[in-house]
Ligand binder design. Structure first.
Ligand code: NIG
Ligand code: FE
Length: 405
């Protein structure tokens, strides 16, 4: 995955720059040299306390960058999953007071220890499945106290947690009951009262909004995101998931880092996003979990978009932490080549988070986050459905997880 740390699109998304018989030297958590095993001893002098990891016969890739997750909540939604299994529709359940608002009620009522326990449990699973960098969204509080409490829990966990965590404020995930039928007033409340406090406490890098029929319109989303940008936040948007409401166009107009979901993006907006610096982040696990048609990866890739994939891990619409499974789905259901899917799960995920200069590739200067695979051919990553052949996960140069030893 060496190469330009920019948005990888077109031909660039196909280049994995594989080194056969490769070796990597790491110092203080940073990659300092890559090349072949036969050249390493001439180029690198090991320090006395250096640790050598023998990866003979194994594929080594950058750790996965999961650029879209919602692990700050409490309580399961398996009862709703059962309702859906008996024929109910996700949007119908939401309109009847279930869905996101169901998780909001439980998260507000939960202790901080309960929210932390859920977060840590799922981060641990992500790590075992190779995710070394993860974006964490709030959005199950929808009031000042709970939103700040959740983001503070994530910041505290991030301090001594191996994975790199970036936080996103998703207070505009849904209109809470206190503001029922008054989405604009709720957005004003977020802009005037909540965003300044989040900025002051440095609790989030990004601000996100759910632009969707029945939630926030494209105009409301643009107004809100512009206000957030004015306060110095970087932007993300849940766009065109169930209906084409123009969310992808809002992302391009506001220069958002990414537009995510895009199940219902129009042909015109595919062209727009492809011509922009906004990453198109596809979440194939959500389409699978909800029984919806898969995102049109091939169309976006062929148009020249910079495409990332992520899990969208959350309790309602995709209860799955596995990036290798997202690669499976991208390849067998969304038209990606294996190389494009690996790019989308690593360096392009990092691009969606604005950190492609240090995450998502293994080249000198990059963070030493990597996965050791029980595979001698990288194509096996996409081939083995739902069962990742991971031998170990390295974060900052340290082996932190071995899955099936
Ligand atoms: O990204 N689309 C909006 N939000 C989440 C789902 C949240 C939920 O159902 O709890 C998503 O899919
Ligand atoms: Fe989401």
């Amino acid at each position: 995955m060496t190469g330009p740390p920019c948005l990888r699109r077109g031909e660039d998304a196909l280049k994995l720059s594989i080194i056969h018989g490769g070796a990597i030297a790491v110092r203080n958590g940073t990659v300092v040299w890559t090349g072949t095993s036969s050249d390493i001893s001439a180029s690198i002098k090991l320090e006395q306390d250096a640790v050598e990891i023998d990866a003979t016969g194994r594929v080594v890739t950058p750790g996965f960058v999961d650029s879209h997750t919602h692990p700050l909540y409490s309580g399961t939604r398996q009862a709703e999953y059962a309702l859906r299994a008996s024929g109910a529709d996700y949007e119908e359940i939401a309109r009847a007071g279930g869905g996101i608002l169901n998780s909001v009620a439980r998260t507000r009522a939960a202790t901080s220890a309960q929210i932390k326990e859920t977060l840590v449990k799922h981060l641990g699973t992500m790590l075992q499945f190779g995710t070394t960098t993860v974006e964490v969204k709030s959005g199950y509080g929808l009031d000042f106290d709970t939103e700040l409490r959740c983001l503070q829990i994530a910041s505290d966990v991030a301090e001594d947690w191996p994975q790199t965590m970036l936080m996103t404020f998703l207070g505009a995930h849904e209109v809470p009951l206190e503001f029922l039928d008054h989405p604009d007033q709720y957005l004003d409340y977020l802009i005037k009262e909540v965003l300044p406090a989040i900025r002051e406490r440095k609790l989030a890098d990004f601000v996100d909004i759910f632009c969707e029929k029945g939630v926030f319109t494209a105009n409301q989303s643009a107004r809100y995101l512009r206000a957030a940008a004015g306060m110095g936040f970087k932007l993300k948007i849940h766009a065109d998931e169930f209906h084409d409401t123009g969310g992808a166009a809002v992302a391009v107009e506001t220069d958002a880092s990414s537009a995510d979901h895009l199940l219902s993006i129009s042909k015109e907006n595919i062209k727009r996003i492809a011509a922009s610096n906004t990453v198109a982040t596809l979440l194939p696990g959500t389409a699978l979990f909800l029984g919806k048609p898969f995102p049109r990866g091939r169309e976006l890739l062929d148009a020249g978009a910079c495409v990332a994939i992520a899990t969208d891990f959350n309790p309602g619409s995709c209860f799955c932490e596995s990036m290798p499974f997202m690669i499976n789905l991208a390849v067998c259901q969304c038209g990606f080549t294996i190389e494009e899917a690996v790019t989308a799960a690593t360096i392009n995920g990092a691009a969606a988070l604005g950190i492609a200069d240090r995450k998502g590739a293994l080249a000198p200067g990059m963070d030493a986050d990597m996965i050791l695979w029980n595979l001698d051919d990288y194509r096996g990553i996409a081939y083995h459905l739902a069962v990742p052949d991971i031998a170990g996960v390295i974060v900052n140069g340290h082996l932190v997880s071995t899955m099936f030893d």
